[in-house]
Ligand binder design. Structure first.
Ligand SMILES: Nc1ncnc2c1ncn2[C@@H]1O[C@H](COP(=O)(O)OP(=O)(O)OP(=O)(O)O)[C@@H](O)[C@H]1O
Ligand SMILES: [Mg+2]
Length: 240
């Protein structure tokens, strides 16, 4: 079953087309990584899926609802589509635990006790439970990103989008976050990950999508993508 289906998606900023007729489905429980040069539209595609950007035209179906339709309850839909950003987007003035419960209470209307229990499960999973009372400002980048991943998981989203989750981290922290992500993606979530970490992409993906100039140029299993000798631009990008 498809978790998300994107049909004829076009996105323009001030008349400049940055997504040009994107058609793609993401199967439930699958891990897809999106790769491609800077400016190819990877972040914009994720942001359209999460409705942080409004599509210029086209449709995005999620659980039978067209997210681009005016009648859809965006807040309700957005709560089911988790997003992890390069820049963490945590509340700096709150503790680790508070960051992981606020969305559950405010958006999902869980009672506080249940929210705390749920937060603790996921903080444990990312190895950050012992930091639950720390202020976010006292954490390293890698630790912040692990908290951001726990916060997203605690919302029990149907789909998790990650936009370059390791690209603002120092090399030694990249490793700890990738280890956490490897553990998490092996579970039963639908993941769409934009990353430049090719070894990670190769190892965890069911499928790799290569974007260029606002279009999907290649789409296949890691094995297919790495052994494709047809596409010169993909080969150049992968340096193979
Ligand atoms: N809010 C915006 N207003 C105008 N142009 C934008 C906006 N957001 C993105 N763009 C443009 O859309 C194009 C695609 O940008 P996008 O951020 O999706 O690329 P990307 O593939 O994620 O690149 P990177 O690898 O550098 O993150 C770029 O040319 C960018 O300048
Ligand atoms: Mg980007």
């Amino acid at each position: 079953m498809d978790a998300i289906r994107v049909e004829h998606l076009i996105k323009e900023f001030d008349g400049v087309r940055v997504l040009n007729n994107i058609n793609i489905s993401f199967e439930q429980g699958s891990v897809t990584t999106i790769i491609g040069p800077s400016g190819s539209g990877k972040s914009t595609l994720l942001r359209c899926i999460n409705q942080l950007e409004t599509a210029t035209s086209g449709h995005i179906y999620f659980e039978g609802n067209d997210l681009t339709s005016n009648s859809v309850d965006l807040n309700k839909m957005r709560a089911k589509i988790g997003m992890v950003f390069q820049s963490f987007n945590l509340f700096n003035n709150m503790s680790v635990l508070e960051n992981c419960i606020i969305g559950q209470v405010k958006v999902l209307h869980r009672d506080k006790k249940e929210a705390i229990e749920t937060a603790k499960i996921y903080l444990e999973k990312v190895g950050m439970l012992h930091f639950q009372n720390r202020k976010v400002t006292t954490l390293s980048g890698g630790q912040k990103q692990r908290v951001a991943i726990a916060r997203t998981l605690a919302m029990n989203p149907a789909i998790i989008l990650l936009d370059e989750p390791t690209s603002s981290l120092d090399p030694e922290m990249v490793k700890e976050v990738l280890e956490v992500l490897k553990k998490v993606v092996s579970e039963d979530y639908t993941f769409i990950v934009v990353t430049h970490e090719m070894d990670f992409a190769k190892e965890v993906s069911d499928r790799i999508v290569f974007m260029e100039n606002g279009e999907i140029i290649e789409d296949g299993s890691p094995n297919e993508i790495w052994h494709k000798d047809s596409n010169i631009r993909l080969k150049r990008f992968l340096n193979i």
